[in-house]
Write a protein of this length. Sequence first.
Length: 301
Amino acid sequence: MVRAGSVITIEAPAKINLTLEVLGKRPDGYHELRSIVMPVSLTDSLTLTTTYAQVAMTITVGPGVDLSKIGSVDRNLAVRAARLMQERYKINAGARIHIHKRIPIGGGMGGGSADAAGVIRGLNRLWELNRPNDELMALGAELGSDIPALVHGGAVLMEGRGERVRGLFDAEEQPRCQGFWTVIANPGVMCPTPDVFRKWRAGLTAGPLLLHNMISSIRTSDVSAATDALHNGLQPGVFESYPDVAQTATRLKEAGCLGVLLSGSGASVFGLAQSEVHGQEICRNLGSDLWHVLVRTCPVV
Ligand code: C5P
């Protein structure tokens, strides 16, 4: 029995893609991907409350998040996720969703997908559905390609359109994985994902050892090895079409990052740092005219 007034709070982490290989265009118009996705310690905070009414949403924003970029409530992925769960599991109750957004909107950090993943996981508990993770990931895949990886949580290998996801580490290995200090910067421009994929041209291929090298560098927390294995097949097209994004990458490099890469389809760019102190130094070098944040990749959910 779902009780109105029950509340749950959830931290929904953003993600970065340490590798993103675009393997080709599929007959359904999507692209075949292979990507290592890691959540980071920049989160949106979600508060979910069971109500007797429909699904409703309110949003507040943290520093630098542009509220004007949020689309209509009906198209919001968090709202659509709640409505899909209501319908799929025939729930009479509604939900009030409050999101405090810290993840830049349209930034290639999976902000909207993170919120949807948080809603799916949260309502599974709040509405006492007890559905298994695989089923929740498949539900998320109906709404967006990044959602299954974020429902799964932790460091994952994502394949297909995004719907095939497996954790890189088992429960024993997970705590040993330290993650990387990373500075993420966002120039404030929008790179619409469909446009970025439309402009993708086969050409930039990754070496056969890329995946292996990145996974072992994450396993051993070897940031130099991770730097050598950074790869994003969408990056050349985005840098060409959006000079502000290319400029952001240059600034991160000049500020001292070990390696710099476009996150997802942009517009955010991240740079790896040697340590927390090094990350803080990079942030000081960047100055205040470019939105940026120092985070840690955090495979432990
Ligand atoms: O699945 P999602 O709605 O997040 O995808 C947004 C757009 O990104 C798709 O409409 C498609 O143009 C592109 N895309 C793609 N191949 C993928 C994922 C996304 O072409 N694997």
